[in-house]
Design a protein around this ligand. Sequence first.
Ligand SMILES: Nc1nc2c(ncn2[C@@H]2O[C@H](COP(=O)(O)OP(=O)(O)OP(=O)(O)O)[C@@H](O)[C@H]2O)c(=O)[nH]1
Ligand SMILES: [Mg+2]
Length: 470
Amino acid sequence: MKKNNLPLHAQDDTIAAVSTPIGEGGISIVRLSGAESLAIAERIFVSSEGRKLSGFATHTVHYGKIKDPKAAEIIDEVLVTVMRAPRSYTREDVIEINCHGGIQSAKRTLGLVLKSGARAAEPGEFTKRAFLNGRIDLAQAEAIIDVIRAKTEGSLKVAMNQLEGELSRRINEIRDKILDIASEVEASVDFPEESPDIPEEADKALSGIDGVVADIERLISTYEGGSVMREGVLAILCGKPNVGKSSLMNLLLKRDRVIVSAIPGTTRDAVEEMINLGGIPVRLVDTAGISDTKDALEREGIARSRTYLAMADIAIVVLDHSSGIDGKDMAIIEMVKDKKKVVVVNKSDLPGRIKIKDAERLSKGGKVVEISVKKRENIEALEKEMADVIWSGRFAQGESAVMSNARHKELLDKALANMLSVKKALRAGEPPEILAIDLKDAASSLGLITGKTISDDILDRIFGRFCIGK
Ligand SMILES: Nc1nc2c(ncn2[C@@H]2O[C@H](COP(=O)(O)OP(=O)(O)OP(=O)(O)O)[C@@H](O)[C@H]2O)c(=O)[nH]1
Ligand SMILES: [Mg+2]
């Protein structure tokens, strides 16, 4: 473990990368960060005003050309932004060169920058510097990946809450409380003769510990909802062949993604697509209709349906109004009996054989929605029902910070276990030294969330998931 005020890596070099996606576009940005940024850019930039980059004020933009100093060849016409330390993304001197979009210009400009003294940045290295230079903490740095990868407006909101530092503030508050308790406990180790009234001390410590346990539990309770927004949920369309699963998939996706036909056994492979269900990212999977067919291909498809069903967060069981409920439907419902589910009675436009009551009995009290994909009837009600089922039991009350990251959850679980063990030890009259161990462990787990305590491998794991140029 190291304290984060000590840089883990030499940061005295200047790094550079193309920070926009590689491909054709309006602009491509080559970004530099480090003490030599201005000097390096100056070697290849010819300002239209005939002035040197190093003379420009911070946060100004300048028009000019990128020129290969050796070949005297003009590479591109560009805009260069100067951002001097510490008011920049990394807190170092940053230069951003806006090239014309496309691969060649940005690539050649980057090549010149590297030849002129910069080093190619590793994935996430700009953000890592922002962290190592103390502009953001570790939880905020992780939120930046979440912002980039946000799948829906809901995911973005959770990521921004974390980037704004809401989670870090709560974590630091709780950590401070633990450190306070630890120092009180330690004081009673150092000066036992000065605190003869142990029971009163213990009482005070106990109520402090209870407060911390409640704080941690409240934060953990936000994880279910937070992780739904961050990771999305897996929703599986399942049912007998020909009930209209693929038709419903296309309708929910709002495009013709999968083949629909009147022939039972049309879908052979599981097909997964992302939909935005009122802000919730949902991975929706169309599966092969489940039957006892002899067809080898169809059987392989059905095996995949079962695999997906086992992983499902929510099952959408589709029934066919025109064909009624039979033993096959019952067998499918049995397969998903422990899952959150919505039962859909499709083809309500056809003369029907299914009574809603029967479908409800089949689903054992689960919600039943009657729809017609063909007539596009009641689809909004189905979407609302799916969202309600996904959310059920996941709402956390009275906490403004939201936790969405599995790494944070694991560390909070550890801290909680430590605090519960402190409580037990205190009640059992264990000596303060024993209590102090768990208290320190709890504080250090929380420190690992925000990066107050860090290790190289954690940093590599976190920043290695970024793209190059971020
Ligand atoms: N009348 C009516 N027909 C529908 C409706 N929804 C789907 N169908 C028809 O039902 C047939 C089967 O639809 P699919 O979506 O291919 O059914 P599936 O459940 O994916 O079938 P498999 O892939 O074989 O398991 C097609 O002919 C659809 O046009 C509906 O709401 N009303
Ligand atoms: Mg199908």
